[in-house]
Design a protein around this ligand. Sequence first.
Ligand code: ZN
Length: 97
Amino acid sequence: MTEHMHGAHDNRNQGKGGRQLNEQIASHRPSRMFIEFACECADRNCAAPIVLTMDEFEGVRREPARFAVRLGHQAPALERLIETTPRYAVVEKHARH
Ligand SMILES: [Zn+2]
């Protein structure tokens, strides 16, 4: 006769660091980090810094004619304004044939 009197199962396996740590890491994914890029406006000598996240930058780059420029660096004669954000503007170069 064996006496296993452990009636209550002890399921307290959680809260041991690893899970919590990974959730912290996941919330700081690189795609959410601000990265400093150089302004891509019509002025070739311009190197004004603009700040985008990787997601935003890739969104702009998805369209080959689109460029991220510093606010106020748009050149309406050469480019069409696509959108402005508090940190940068997105312009699209007019197609020239
Ligand atoms: Zn510029």
